[in-house]
Ligand binder design. Structure first.
Ligand code: FE2
Length: 364
């Protein structure tokens, strides 16, 4: 996004996936990944899926997206979904989907089990596709107490819009005491300052799209994205912004005291926080703590951007809270799964990639 300083260098947050003979992360790799999650709130595991595994995931997603009766997700941005700017849909608990989800769960068991017990619910298994013209989400936190993952089943470029994160903004016991007790306040100020730019970016792009023959807006799309009364937290909706009806970002968040604090703390925020945008290569898996500040950016290319996603609870969870923040497929809602179910599914015997030492040398 041009108005924002976003670094595309994610090397600080990457851990190369190293698998043992059974296809799970080695203990050393798990230790590094957990340390990364605890320090920064996310870890980017490169080469976590083989080429063939990523291809299988992509094929699975294609089949589901091509199904006219697929189950659309009721979150993120329904307006984008409606105007085919995004296609977020939950995946059914079919044998193929379960096999893919179980393979990921088992491969990442060492990391996931640091946070999620075996009895914890699988909240959602979904595909996240975005197309040219989608909105840049506001910087937000997902419902707390969840570990989420995105698996790149094909290369994702900066332009396609890999997820944006603000490392180090996750919440945990005592985290608020950092920065002389003002850590959470500074994070919130940073979020507001960033979302001002997100709103501006989205409006500017929509305005340009009005007359862009290459990516015309659909009938009524401009009105629905800017002036609609419909609930949608990730559109540049000025009506809901001025009325204070958007919980993610509204004029009500820009009172005189906040504006003063934004001005006074501008340098501190610059020193403490920074946006990174992921551009994962095929086979990369990103794990993040749900309360880490993040956003799904807009797709600025003609190539669709696709991710496979899954979220697992870290604690018991009220059904309403679950369904407000995540979109389980009706088959998953009817027959809930827990993390232990994924671990017990028979996919471990599948051929694993050759074990690779950190030096890059192949071993038997
Ligand atoms: Fe989110």
């Amino acid at each position: 996004m041009t108005e924002l300083k976003v670094s595309c260098d994610t090397s600080t947050f990457e851990v190369p996936a190293v698998l043992d003979a059974s296809g799970t992360l080695t203990n050393d790799c798990v230790r590094q990944a957990v340390a990364m999650m605890d320090t920064h709130g996310l870890v980017i595991l490169t080469d976590c899926l083989s080429h063939a595994e990523a291809e299988a995931g992509l094929e699975l997603m294609r089949q589901i997206i091509d199904d006219p009766d697929r189950s659309r997700s009721a979150f993120a941005s329904e307006t984008d979904n409606h105007y085919l700017r995004r296609d977020f849909c939950s995946l059914p608990s079919s044998p193929d989907v379960m096999r893919f989800a179980a393979r990921l769960g088992q491969r990442l068991e060492g990391v996931l089990s640091e946070y999620c017990g075996r009895s914890r619910s699988v909240l959602e298994i979904a595909t996240f596709t975005s197309y040219f013209g989608s909105s840049h989400q506001y910087i937000h936190r997902d419902p707390s107490g969840v570990i989420s993952l995105f698996a790149a089943v094909e290369d994702v470029s900066d332009e396609q819009g890999g997820t944006v994160f603000v490392p180090g903004t996750h919440m945990y016991g005592g985290a608020a005491n950092r920065h002389a007790g003002s850590a959470y306040q500074l994070m919130e100020l940073f979020r507001i300052a960033t979302n001002v730019r997100v709103l501006r970016h989205n409006l500017k792009k929509l305005w340009q799209m009005r007359k862009a023959p290459a990516a015309p807006l659909g009938p009524g799309e401009f009105r629905d994205r800017v002036f609609s009364t419909k609930w949608d937290q990730h559109q540049p909706n000025l009506l809901r912004f001025f009325l204070g009806k958007n919980a993610q970002f509204s004029l009500a968040m820009l009172g005189p005291r906040t504006l003063w604090k934004l001005y006074r703390n501008r340098q501190t925020m610059r020193d403490l926080f920074g946006l990174i945008q992921t551009a994962p290569r095929k086979g990369t898996v990103i794990l993040y703590r749900s309360d880490l500040l993040h956003a799904g950016p807009d797709n600025r290319s003609r190539q669709p951007r696709r991710f496979f996603g899954m979220s697992i609870a870290r604690d018991i969870i009220e059904t309403k809270y679950w369904h407000d923040g995540y979109s389980p497929h009706p088959t998953l809602a009817a027959q809930p799964l827990c993390f232990g179910d994924l671990l017990d599914m028979p996919v471990r015997g599948a051929p694993a990639r050759p074990l690779i030492h950190r030096t890059g040398a192949l071993v038997d």
